[in-house]
Design a protein around this ligand. Structure first.
Ligand code: GLN
Length: 501
């Protein structure tokens, strides 16, 4: 069978476009056709912008024809998580609160994506305001996992990863607060990269937990992820937490890694990740992960056990800090400034309108977080809960700093379990929260971490996570690309279930 446009990597498509074998319009149309054929089933998109995407593609084609020098990914279309603010294109955060919101501006990353000539195919589904691990908390219904449509695609960014896994987009944008790029990547057999906090701008990304939120790439290959990260990263004066420093080139690191030589690289395995059977990973996940580690050793890496004594507190710490910051960030949805307004009929006071709006506009998980966060921040309790969590966050940071004095990077399974069936973890929030057991630490210490496909368990994808020291994103890309080079490309081999109608 000849390779279809939708089977190609973003890097290959960019080359085809650059060298005149394909036009951006042809490529964009192929993905739009694929969306039309399979997204009725998968439901990865909240909004598809065929007209806008084709117009952007035509613009890139004209520029290329005129001999203009464009970015390395010019002409390759992209799907954007519906948490990124897009000018003139509906932005919902998958919440009823913003169901009709058409933003008047582009966020920095979207601006960079447009400037680099990447046509935007549409916006992808997520758990409401990025709170969740399955997309089941989207106000518009869940996205399905293309590998098995009875199972979740991960979350919060399940729409972006499902779009990439089902070949509806060669590239996508995600955001990772506690794992929302990496966990969906792991369970859909795609690559997900969470960069160093502050290296990718949060300006124009709807805020969940400001000290943790990190936008990043969702792709099929490590190199595609690296190329996309280079398009979007770098200092942004509009984000006060943006690091005023150049990001190290990750695409070169990915190319180097794909050569398959890891000699001289020391990888750490966190002892505490494997301890505690209640929180332990599924045997099939452990098996795939260990096979991945063996491959890394064959490529020349040395593996060493290290200890992160405060790891057990990472999950509770996150679930105090993230809801606290969320409760403050979500106060802006007050019926006055943005979006939904309910009960404004002259019979209700302003306070009643606010209350009715928030009652109607937010779903159950968002309400749970607001209540938790408001309590943790309330007078009399703030020191006991939020303050205490911040102290523990510092201890966790120190654990990881100490680890990175001994090793170049850490490896772990990305998530303790494969994609679970719909409805199996919504009854008990804690069961859902466990999805991010291994991904949360890097959000707390602020370092880079990526998830790369590492085989299958029960026929479903497993992800291996590589965590690096702050501002050393290139280490993660190098190790991930090395592992990728040992794997048969699982997306090509085991075609996702989504068949064209
Ligand atoms: N699943 C985690 C949560 O619910 C992480 C979400 C995210 O990274 N946006 O908070």
């Amino acid at each position: 069978m000849t390779e279809r446009i939708i089977d190609k990597t973003a890097a290959a498509l960019a080359e085809d476009i650059r060298e005149g074998r394909l036009t951006s319009v042809e490529v964009t149309r192929a993905f739009l056709d694929r969306i039309a054929a399979v997204d009725g089933e998968i439901k990865a998109f909240t909004t598809v912008d065929a007209e806008g995407a084709l117009a952007q593609a035509a613009e890139v084609d004209a520029k290329l024809k005129a001999g203009e020098e464009l970015s390395p990914l010019a002409g390759v279309p992209i799907a954007v998580k519906d948490l990124f603010v897009t000018k003139g294109l509906r932005t919902t955060a998958s919440s009823k609160m913003l169901e009709e919101w058409i933003p008047p501006y582009d966020g920095t990353i979207v601006e960079r994506v447009r400037a680099a000539g990447l046509p935007i195919l549409g916006k992808t589904n997520l758990d409401e305001f990025a709170m969740g691990s399955s997309t089941e908390y989207s106000a518009f219904g869940a996205t399905k996992n293309p590998w098995d449509t009875d199972r979740i695609p991960g979350g919060s960014g399940g729409g972006s990863s499902a779009a990439v896994a089902a070949k509806m987009a060669p590239l996508a944008l995600g955001t990772d607060t506690g794992g929302s790029i990496r966990q969906p990547g792991a369970v859909t057999g795609t690559f997900g990269g969470k960069p160093t906090y502050g290296s990718n701008s949060r300006y124009g990304v709807i805020a969940f937990s400001s000290s943790l939120d990190t936008p990043g790439p969702v792709t099929r290959t490590v190199l595609d992820g690296a190329l996309l990260n280079e398009v979007i990263s770098g200092h942004d004066p509009k984000d006060s937490t943006s690091i005023p420093q150049d990001v190290r080139p990750v695409a070169d690191a990915a190319r180097e890694g794909s050569g398959g030589d890891l000699s001289g690289v020391t990888l750490g395995v966190v002892k505490e990740f494997a301890e505690g059977s209640a929180q332990g990973a599924e045997p099939g996940v452990i098996e795939a992960y260990q096979a991945g580690v063996e491959q890394l050793v064959k490529l020349g890496a040395t593996v060493k056990e290290i200890s992160a004594p405060h790891f057990a507190y990472a999950l509770p710490t996150y679930y105090l800090i993230a809801p606290s910051e969320a409760s403050s960030n979500l106060a802006r949805y007050d019926s006055v400034r943005y979006g939904l307004r309910v009960g404004d009929d002259g019979d209700n006071s302003l306070e009643q309108v606010m209350s009715k709006t928030r009652e109607a506009g937010f779903g159950p998980e968002v309400k749970r977080r607001i209540i938790l966060g408001t309590y943790a921040l309330s007078a009399g309790y703030i020191d006991q809960f939020y303050g205490q969590a911040q102290k523990v966050r510092t201890l966790i940071k120190r654990d990881f700093e100490a680890a990175f004095a001994e090793v170049d990077a850490l490896v772990s399974p990305t998530t303790p379990f494969i994609a679970f069936p719909f409805g199996s973890r919504t009854a008990d929030p804690y069961q859902m929260y466990l999805s991010d057991l291994y991904t949360i630490p890097s959000n707390l210490y602020g370092g880079p971490a990526v998830s790369v496909p590492a085989g299958l368990s029960e026929g479903m994808p497993v992800g291996l996570q590589v965590m690096g020291p702050v501002m050393r994103d290139e280490v993660c890309y190098r190790v991930a690309a090395a592992l990728e080079s040992t794997q048969s490309p699982i997306l090509a081999e085991t075609a996702p279930e989504a068949e064209e109608a």
